[in-house]
Design a protein around this ligand. Sequence first.
Ligand SMILES: Nc1ncnc2c1ncn2[C@@H]1O[C@H](COP(=O)(O)OP(=O)(O)OP(=O)(O)O)[C@@H](O)[C@H]1O
Ligand SMILES: [Mg+2]
Length: 282
Amino acid sequence: MKIPKKFEMLVCNGLVDEVVSQLMSGKEAEVYVVRSLGELRCAKVYKDSDHRSFSSQARYQEGRKVKNSRQARAMGKNSKFGRKELEGAWQNAEVDALQRLAAAGVRVPQIFSYAGGILLMELVTDGNGNNAPRLNDVTLTAAQALEYHRSLISQIVLMLCAGLVHGDLSEYNVLVGSDGLVIIDLPQAVNAAGNNNAASMLLRDVSNVTAYFGRFAPELIGTDYGREIWKHYASGKLSPETRLTGRFEQSSVPADVRGVMRDVESARRWHELTIGNAQKER
Ligand SMILES: Nc1ncnc2c1ncn2[C@@H]1O[C@H](COP(=O)(O)OP(=O)(O)OP(=O)(O)O)[C@@H](O)[C@H]1O
Ligand SMILES: [Mg+2]
């Protein structure tokens, strides 16, 4: 196909030889198959913030580290500079998350480069070398659904052990690659420790995948891996080896609401302090 203008820089610096086809144009990005240094790769071209919802980003941004106080102030306002900064942070968040998760052993596409608002990454393929289908596009047997569910739950645990919650995990953001499931689409990934919405996002991620696999293996419907995983995480006991049962028992001990509020406040102060120190160091 004709090379879109946005690829000029990557073509000039030799990273892209050819744009083969467009895979899709979604809410946040356009995704292409490109030939890069002789290999087929995937290029994700981010849309600029004017074409995306600004306000919905706020709850994901909470707890992310920013470069300096000017950036932080700008991002807090809906100014032109603020939008640009927020957009950069949003896009970089996907690159950061992909790097952190790959290092933690989560199966995500391998990154090749990120320049000019274009992320070049591994093209996840099926057994025939074509771009892999999304989970939503395949029909599963009950046994496959149980196996995929088990595998995604352990990926979710690995992600949380690396300090991240996907935040938009569903059958639309998991590819069925030739070597198993691959998790994609991470610009909204949240820091588990610094974001008040992290627990609810983790529960939503787990319930999305459980509901999906539950269509093929109904015994999954009654499970509650989400709250079980979060309970282990919140008590500092979650590890990739943690044995999960899918059951969650509510404690019969009355909740210590004041104690929880004290913990939340001290975590908030600690978080502000570390951001403040990081900014002073820059
Ligand atoms: N590394 C990859 N390998 C193969 N296909 C990919 C890859 N990354 C993305 N895709 C394809 O492109 C589609 C969109 O990618 P992604 O979900 O990252 O973008 P998005 O703009 O957030 O899309 P949406 O709004 O649909 O969630 C995916 O559903 C998948 O079909
Ligand atoms: Mg997506």
